[in-house]
Design a protein around this ligand. Structure first.
Ligand code: SAH
Ligand code: SF4
Length: 356
C-alpha cells in the first residue's frame, strides 16, 4: 500500500515533531490539496442527538451505561421530525441522527419510523429535491438492522473504529465490545450501500505515532468515504480518565496533523471539523478547516436536552449562526441546499460527478 506523498517514516516523524514549522508546512500542503481536489465548499450537517440512553460501557465516554449520574432523555418522534424539518427549511439538506447505542427491536422500529417520516415530509416539502439526506450514527447493529434503516431512507453512516490497533481498542473498551465486530459492521454498511464514515480519537493514553500511522492505513484499506476524527477529551465519570495520562502526543496539534495527512492521502473524502476539536481550542474550527476538513456539524438538539449529551468535559456549544459566520470569515463557501456527498463515494460507485 502506498502512503504517498509521504514515506511511512516521514509520517512518524511529522506526528512526533513539536516543531511548529513542520505543522505549518503540512497544513499548507493540505489546504492546497483540498482546493485542488474538492474546492472551497464547507457542508453543514445538522446534528440531532436524539437520545443519550446507551447499553455500552466504552471506558472514555460520559454516556456509558455505568454513568448513573447522567439524566437520560429520548426525544419523541414528533420532536425529532420537527427539528429535522426546521433544519431542512433553513437550507440544511443533510442531517445526522446520533444517539447512544441501543439495538432492541423497539428502538430500531422507532428509528425506522423516524427516518421514513423525515424522508416523506422533506420530499413533499420540496418536490424538486431528494429530500433530506440522513446520516445515522447509532453504533453497532446487525446487518439486517442496518439494511432496514437503509431501506427506510438513511444513506450515510458514521461508526468510528476509535483506534485501528486491536490491542489499544481492547484497553479502552470492556471485553464484550470486540474490535472485529466493529470492522464487520463497517464492512456491512459499505456492502449495503451506505456512504460509510469512520474515525479515531487522538491523544488516547498510550497511543503512539505508530498507532496513528496504522489508523491511516486502515482508512485507506477500508476505502472509507468519510472521516470524523477528534481529540480524546477525558470525562470525569468515565474510567479512562483515571488512567495516568502518559500521553506523548498533544491531542490538539496531533488531530490537526492527522486531518492534514488524511486530506493528502485521501483527497476526495469528506472530513469533519469535529466538535471535540472545537472544544479543546478556540481556533479548532478555523484550523480544522485549514487542515482540510470540509464538513461542520452544528448541534440542533433542543436546548433543554443538549446539556445531557455530555460525551466529554467542556463540550462546546456554538449556535449554528455563529458557526456559519466563522466558516464565512475563514473564506470558505457554504454549501447549503445540497447533500454534499463525498466525491470519493461518487467515484467509488461510478456515478457521474454532478448528477447527485
Ligand atoms: N453511540 C454511537 C454514537 C455516539 S458516540 C457510537 O458510539 O458510535 C460518538 C463518538 O463520540 C464516539 O465514536 C467517540 O469517538 C466520541 N467520544 C466519546 N467519548 C469521547 C471522549 N471522551 N473524547 C472524545 N470523543 C469521545
Ligand atoms: Fe455509548 Fe457511543 Fe458512548 Fe460508547 S461511545 S458509551 S456506544 S454513546
Amino acid at each position: 500500500m502506498t502512503m504517498e506523498p509521504y514515506a511511512e517514516n516521514d509520517i512518524i516523524d511529522i506526528l512526533n515533531s513539536d516543531d511548529l514549522r513542520v505543522l505549518q508546512e503540512l497544513l499548507q500542503s493540505a489546504a492546497k490539496c483540498r482546493l485542488e481536489n474538492i474546492g472551497d465548499k464547507v457542508y453543514l450537517r445538522g446534528l440531532i442527538e436524539f437520545s443519550n440512553y446507551c447499553d455500552r460501557n466504552c471506558f472514555y465516554c460520559g454516556l456509558r451505561k455505568g454513568n448513573r449520574q447522567l439524566e437520560r432523555y429520548r426525544l419523541s418522534k414528533e420532536e425529532i421530525v420537527q427539528t429535522a424539518m426546521l433544519a431542512f427549511n433553513s437550507g440544511y439538506h443533510s442531517i445526522c441522527l446520533q444517539s447512544g447505542e441501543i439495538d432492541s427491536p423497539l428502538e430500531i422500529d422507532f428509528l425506522v419510523e423516524v427516518v421514513e417520516e423525515i424522508k416523506e415530509l422533506s420530499q413533499k416539502a420540496d418536490k424538486d429535491s431528494k429530500g433530506l439526506g440522513i446520516t445515522l450514527s447509532v453504533g453497532e447493529l446487525s446487518y439486517q438492522q442496518y439494511k432496514r434503516l437503509w431501506e427506510a431512507g438513511a444513506h450515510r453512516y458514521l461508526l468510528r473504529i476509535e483506534t485501528s490497533v486491536p490491542q489499544l481498542f481492547g484497553r479502552i473498551h470492556p471485553p464484550s465490545q470486540k474490535f472485529e465486530t466493529r470492522v464487520e459492521c463497517l464492512r456491512a454498511l459499505k456492502d449495503i450501500g451506505y456512504q460509510t464514515g469512520t474515525g479515531v480519537m487522538i491523544g488516547l493514553p498510550g497511543q503512539t505515532a505508530e498507532h496513528l500511522l496504522q489508523d491511516l492505513k486502515f482508512f485507506q484499506a477500508e476505502d472509507v468515504d468519510m472521516l470524523g476524527m477528534g481529540p480524546y477529551i477525558p470525562h470525569r465519570s468515565a474510567p479512562l480518565s483515571k488512567l495516568s495520562p502518559e500521553q506523548q502526543l498533544d491531542p490538539y496539534t496531533t488531530t490537526l496533523k492527522m486531518l492534514a495527512l488524511c486530506r493528502l492521502l485521501m483527497p476526495d473524502i469528506n472530513m469533519v471539523a469535529s466538535t471535540a476539536l472545537q472544544s479543546i481550542n478556540p481556533q479548532g474550527l478555523r484550523m480544522g478547516l485549514k487542515a482540510g476538513a470540509n464538513i461542520v456539524m452544528p448541534v440542533l438538539t433542543p436546548d433543554d436536552m443538549r446539556g445531557n449529551y455530555y460525551l466529554y468535559e467542556n463540550k462546546l456549544y456554538k449556535k449554528p449562526q455563529e458557526l456559519v459566520e466563522e466558516i464565512n470569515s475563514c473564506g470558505y463557501t457554504l454549501g447549503l441546499w445540497e447533500w454534499g456527498d463525498p466525491l470519493h463515494y461518487k467515484r467509488r460507485i461510478k456515478v457521474k460527478v454532478g448528477d447527485a
